[in-house]
Ligand binder design. Structure first.
Ligand SMILES: [Zn+2]
Length: 262
C-alpha cells in the first residue's frame, strides 16, 4: 500500500508533468472507476487547464483553472504511469488523461481500487484530515490536545487520519520503535516528552523513507520492526513481536519499546 512518501513522490511527478497544460481527453478503462468518474464528468474535464497538484494526506488534488478539481486516491496498488499519447498502454491501465502537449498520464492499478472523482469543491470530497506531519503548526502540545480526546492505544490513533494526515501502518510502527514507545500505550497517557520524541520520530522516518515506487518486498530489509516478527531487534537484541490492533498488524520490540507501557 502506498504510504505518504510514495504518494508525495507520485504527486510531485504528476505536478511536473501536467501543471500549466490543458486536459485534451479523459478515458476511463475500468467499470468500477466509471462509477466514480462517469462519462459526463470525463467530458467536463476536457478542455480544462491544470492549475496545480496538491497532496493532502494520501489524496492528490488536481486543481483546475476553473476552480473545479479532480481528486485521486491510490488505495492499495494505484500509481501514475507518465508517458506519451500513442505509447503502448501501461499494464493495469484504469484511466488515462491526455494533455494538450501529448503527455499521457495513466492511472495504473492492479487491484482496481484506486479512485478518481471530479468535484466542484474538493472540500466536499476530502474527509476531515488532521495536520500533515511536516506542518510546523503541529507540535507536541497540539498533538497532546488531539490525543487527550481519544480512548485506546497510541498505534491505532496514529493511523486515524483525523489525528495526522497520511501516516500509515508501516511508518506508525517504525516511528513508535524509534521513539521507544509501546504501541499499546494509552494515546492520552503519553506525556509531552514522549510526544516530542514521537513527533520527531514520525518526521524522521517519513523523511528517510525511500522515494519512488512502493515495493513492499524489497523494502522489508530496511524496516526496523515492520514485517520483522521473530527477528532480532536492531537496537537491543530482543525479539520483534507482532500483535493485531484495530484489525492491523503492529510490529514492535517489547524489550526496548517500554515508554507508556501499562
Ligand atoms: Zn528492542
Amino acid at each position: 500500500m502506498p504510504e505518504l512518501p510514495e504518494v508525495e513522490h507520485a504527486a510531485r511527478l504528476l505536478r511536473a508533468a501536467i501543471v500549466g497544460h490543458r486536459i485534451a481527453r479523459v478515458r476511463v478503462l475500468h467499470p468500477s472507476l466509471r462509477a466514480k468518474l462517469p462519462v459526463a464528468d470525463q467530458r467536463r474535464l476536457a478542455g480544462r487547464t491544470v492549475r496545480d497538484v496538491i497532496r493532502r494526506g494520501k489524496h492528490q488534488v488536481i486543481h483546475l483553472a476553473d476552480g473545479t478539481a479532480l481528486v485521486a486516491h491510490f488505495r492499495m496498488t494505484g500509481d501514475w504511469a507518465i508517458g506519451r499519447v500513442g505509447d503502448e498502454r501501461a499494464p493495469y491501465a484504469r484511466a488515462e488523461l491526455e494533455l494538450d502537449d501529448g503527455t499521457r498520464v495513466t492511472l495504473a492499478d492492479s487491484r482496481a481500487l484506486a479512485t478518481l472523482v471530479r468535484t466542484d469543491d474538493p472540500d466536499t470530497v476530502l474527509p476531515v484530515l488532521g495536520p500533515e506531519p511536516d506542518d510546523p503548526a503541529l507540535t507536541p502540545a497540539s498533538l497532546a490536545s488531539t490525543l487527550a480526546r481519544r480512548r485506546g492505544a497510541i498505534k491505532p490513533a496514529l493511523l486515524d487520519q483525523r489525528v495526522l494526515a497520511g501516516v500509515g501502518n508501516i511508518y506508525a510502527a517504525e516511528a513508535l520503535w524509534r521513539a521507544r514507545i509501546d504501541p499499546r500505550a494509552g494515546a492520552r497517557a503519553l506525556d509531552t516528552a514522549q510526544l516530542r520524541r514521537l513527533l520527531a520520530a514520525i518526521r524522521t522516518v517519513l523523511r528517510r523513507a525511500p522515494a519512488g515506487r512502493y515495493q513492499a518486498d524489497t523494502a522489508t530489509s530496511r524496516w526496523n520492526v515492520y514485517d520483522r516478527e521473530g527477528l532480532t531487534c536492531r537496537r537491543c537484541g530482543g525479539t520483534v513481536r507482532r500483535i493485531v490492533q484495530a484489525g492491523r498488524s503492529t510490529y514492535y520490540c517489547p524489550h526496548c519499546q517500554t515508554a507508556g507501557k501499562r
